[in-house]
Design a protein around this ligand. Structure first.
Ligand SMILES: Cc1ncc(COP(=O)(O)O)c(C=O)c1O
Length: 483
């Protein structure tokens, strides 16, 4: 097959065909089993070459959206994931709650490193997708050339080479910061911890999205903060009206929201909505801590702009890391802020003094070499393909009535089981079969989302993942039969 040229222009053209077909299916103009426009027609309609159109159709085929029929053409897949309804369970209460994470969150973190499990649990990219060997080369080179120099403390703010490289990248997310506005941390978790510590005191109430990443809760608990959960929708993102009500009712001291692709929903809060959230927060002088760990993993054409890049951003602390794209094991994250740096640095040296030096230098050199963007391009395609095939297989193997999110980025799926099937009960059975996923009740302090599960699509598709999903489907079906 002729591959289209690899210019950014042709990339754009091939994506325009993918988007065009996706929209035809989404709008109902094309439904399951129907033939899609021929390559000749679509290439004419979209002004692309036949090979670019074929490349787009092959991509849609690998995502399970289209099926090729020999001698006949391409058809909308009968089991295309887009036929499945999106999740609908939303939190209703914005009550303030104490955070007390128990054994269940701890157990989930223990399971993260258990390689005997089918990897549908923690949101960690598979080693082949991380392309670790590329980064390793920089680490080896740095050990050889700078090993002695690097075996010392780095400045509390982090190595200059890395901070400068991140500052250069900040142009990509539309909010250029300088190296001095960046503090290197031990992953995004420490970034969030330090940011919260710098601007809150014990007993304060923090607003988080619901459902929201379960790793926030131990941080809030350790800092003796209480929480109010703001409902988020699997398509629209965080609810501005619910935030408004929560602000009126509760004395919210800070918000902790995802910048893009909320974990577990994968949704993207639109720029309009981000502006509305910010004007509400500005009005009430409430600072926002944003978590952008998934921002580089977008499936659309452009990287979503975080809150801090919005025109009306005033008091926003930006946190992120390289854990979801290239190096979860390096534990390199960062905070970017102009207003709170002194406090943050003081918190940093009061907790860990500084981060490991060698890995920071290696990461800085890796970024400077320019390989990261190329890596990200491949990674986004791999995650999009993983999500498509996992959604399709869930649609085929889980009972009717199962709802599945359609993430716009990241690599997790949020699945809602029918008939109020208890996902934790499924989880307990699945673990006995060495299958891990994240039960929905982890993503809240409210006891909500009992019938939901988060499935990680971070690993490349293989027969053991396929078997695991079939098994989960069978477990859910057997639980339904017992009801
Ligand atoms: C939304 C979100 N924030 C933060 C983290 C933790 O990031 P790190 O490993 O860099 O500490 C995760 C990991 O799953 C996450 O999903």
């Amino acid at each position: 097959m002729d591959k289209p040229e690899h210019s950014s222009e042709s990339e754009f053209r091939y994506e325009s065909v993918v988007k065009f077909i996706d929209e035809l299916i989404d709008s109902g103009a094309l439904s399951a089993g129907q033939k899609v426009p021929s390559l000749r027609k679509v290439s004419k309609a979209r002004g692309v070459s036949i090979s670019t159109a074929l490349h787009a159709y092959r991509m849609l085929e690998s995502q399970g959206v289209l099926e090729a029929q020999p001698q006949s053409g391409f058809y909308v897949s009968a089991k295309s994931a887009v036929q499945v309804e999106k999740p609908s369970v939303m939190s209703r209460s914005t009550r303030v709650r104490k955070v007390s994470t128990g054994a269940q969150v701890a157990n989930m973190f223990e399971l993260a490193g258990d390689t005997s499990m089918a990897p549908l649990g923690c949101a960690i990219p598979g080693p082949d997708l991380l392309a670790t060997s590329q980064l390793d080369k920089f680490l080896v080179r740095m050990t050889r050339t700078q090993g002695k120099n690097a075996n010392t403390y780095s400045p509390p703010r982090g190595e200059q080479v890395l901070r400068a490289a991140i500052a250069r990248r900040s142009i990509n997310w539309g909010h250029a910061v300088s190296a001095d506005d960046i503090l290197i941390t031990c992953g995004c978790t420490e970034a969030l911890h330090l940011a919260l510590k710098a601007i809150t005191k014990p007993g304060d109430t923090i607003a988080v999205e619901s459902p929201g990443y379960f790793g926030f809760f131990p941080v809030l608990q350790a800092l003796h903060l209480t929480v109010t959960e703001i409902p988020a929708d699997s398509v629209e993102g965080v609810s501005v009206s619910a935030l408004e009500v929560a602000i009126e009712k509760n004395n919210i001291k800070a918000c902790l929201f995802s910048s893009a692709f909320n974990n577990p929903l994968g949704c993207l809060t639109s720029e309009d909505k981000k502006m509305q959230v910010l004007s509400l927060l500005n009005k009430h002088r409430i600072p926002l801590i944003e978590d952008d760990v998934y921002g580089d993993i977008f499936f659309g054409r452009e990287r979503p702009r975080p809150y801090s890049a919005m025109e009306n951003a005033k008091n926003v602390i930006y946190c992120s890391s390289f854990s979801k794209t290239v190096a979860p094991g390096y534990r390199i994250g960062w905070v970017a802020t102009t207003g709170n740096m002194e406090k943050l640095v003081a918190e940093k040296y009061a907790t860990t003094l500084c981060g490991p030096t060698l890995t920071q230098v290696a990461m800085g050199e890796y970024l400077n070499a320019g390989a990261y963007d190329n890596h990200l391009r491949g990674l986004r395609k791999s995650f999009a393909a993983n999500i498509a095939i996992v959604s399709k297989t869930i649609a085929e193997t889980f009972p009717a009535g199962t709802r599945i999110s359609r993430p716009e980025g990241g690599f997790v799926l949020w699945v809602e089981l029918p008939d109020n099937i208890n996902a934790r009960a499924v989880f307990d059975l699945a673990l006995k079969d060495n299958i891990c996923f994240a039960p929905g009740d982890l993503f809240t302090t409210s006891g909500n989302y009992q019938s939901c599960m988060r499935i990680s699509c971070g690993y490349s598709w293989n027969s053991s993942i396929e078997r695991a999903i079939w098994k989960l489907g069978a477990l859910v079906l057997s639980m339904m039969a017992q009801e």
